[in-house]
Design a protein around this ligand. Sequence first.
Ligand SMILES: Nc1ncnc2c1ncn2[C@@H]1O[C@H](COP(=O)(O)OP(=O)(O)OP(=O)(O)O)[C@@H](O)[C@H]1O
Ligand SMILES: [Mg+2]
Length: 244
Amino acid sequence: MAACAGRGRASDWPGACFTPIFCGKTCIGQANVERSHSLLLPLLPPRPPRPPRPLPVDPRAPTRAHTTLQSKTHRDGQFLGKGSQKTVHAQERNGTMVAIIKSQTHDLTMEATLVTTIAEHAPHPHVMKLLGLEFGASSRVSMVAPIALFGSMLELVDGLEFEGLEISHVHKQVVFAQILSAVLHLNGVGIEHGDLAARNILVFNYDPCDPKSTDVRLSDFGDARVGQTPASAMLRLARELADL
Ligand SMILES: Nc1ncnc2c1ncn2[C@@H]1O[C@H](COP(=O)(O)OP(=O)(O)OP(=O)(O)O)[C@@H](O)[C@H]1O
Ligand SMILES: [Mg+2]
């Protein structure tokens, strides 16, 4: 994807070899080429801190932050999300709550086949996996996936913002590094995701005190095609994450 120019050592990572990643003349980060999971340190400056928000009136009252950060249960039929093509609900299957992804307007067969093929032949820890497929009365395919407990990156940040909290710069770096690793992997098998965006990054684990435990997966392969993700798409994603 990126045209790499030069190699250097980052003093704060002894022993690691960093390759700057350039988009045109702009360096968007450094990949540790000696680690299987490239660690990208975006060079975009952190946003200035937001002005403090007022605290909830009663700090003991249950808040949406509790829901966002602590609730690990979903009820049958609960709405999980909606995009331009698909609608997602939690439903119980064999005693487990799963995400059922449907579309009234688009046939999901191609997307489901692609995601299943990637999982079988080129799995990656930060690329979405399916648990199975279902066929509805209209013969439309629905995808069955594990539930991302924190929704998409957008929903996680919205939930935090509602409480006057925000996601740290370090968490964003971890998210970006995981998605970069997924994109480089997909480039290796000749797949361009085609719609890299925070709303298409699902958050399976988030701990405000432990950025390293963050676990995200790249999802929504509705616009995927044969090819390679250009560095410009990664730069756009870096900017979007930096602005969240
Ligand atoms: N496994 C999941 N667990 C929890 N929420 C999910 C899951 N899959 C999808 N969602 C939610 O549903 C939303 C829509 O899903 P998806 O991105 O696949 O639909 P889309 O219509 O293709 O979106 P787009 O508008 O990006 O094209 C996601 O942004 C996310 O909020
Ligand atoms: Mg989407």
